[in-house]
Design a protein around this ligand. Structure first.
Ligand code: ADP
Length: 136
């Protein structure tokens, strides 16, 4: 059983969160720490300069609230973490920082059944130093 389980969720595909949380319920130890993570993608500074001020903070806040709602609906104890950066690198950094022993990730966008793995999922599987469960 795993003691610290991280579930990275793409807000554009939050509906996948439910299946991932169900997988966590199966694989996490009774007293495990479960962390839902969203990475808000950072934009280059020349793009950021053109955006309304505070938009990154607003994206982080709305991601936090949406993931909190997923936790409540699932009826589990879990932490919500929002980081800014490049998705796959930031997922791996967060997993190291939080001493995660299992990452549960979705394979790719729903509907893209022809692809074996999306690019973020593939990189996480290849480079993570802990176990990774890919949910299809
Ligand atoms: P696709 O290329 O089809 O979008 P991805 O590999 O990007 O597939 O996404 C697969 C999974 O990777 C997502 O369901 C999610 O678990 C994780 N993921 C992707 N982007 C993010 C993100 N910005 N924050 C957290 N998790 C993400």
């Amino acid at each position: 059983m795993y003691k610290t389980v991280m579930i990275p969720i793409d807000m554009a595909h939050i509906e996948e969160g439910k299946a991932m949380v169900e997988a966590a319920k199966v694989h996490a130890a009774k007293d495990a720490r479960i962390i839902l993570l969203n990475v808000v993608e950072e934009v280059p500074s020349y793009v950021a300069a053109e955006l309304p001020s505070g938009i990154l903070d607003k994206s982080k806040e709305s991601a936090f609230q949406e993931l909190k709602a997923v936790v409540e609906e699932a009826g589990i104890e879990a932490d919500v973490e929002i980081r800014a950066g490049h998705p796959y690198r930031t997922i791996l950094e967060a997993a190291e920082d939080d001493k995660v022993d299992l990452i549960i990730i979705a394979s790719h966008k729903p509907g893209l059944q022809d692809y074996f793995l999306g690019s973020t999922a593939a990189r996480v599987v290849r480079h993570a130093s802990c176990s990774v469960l890919v949910v299809r």
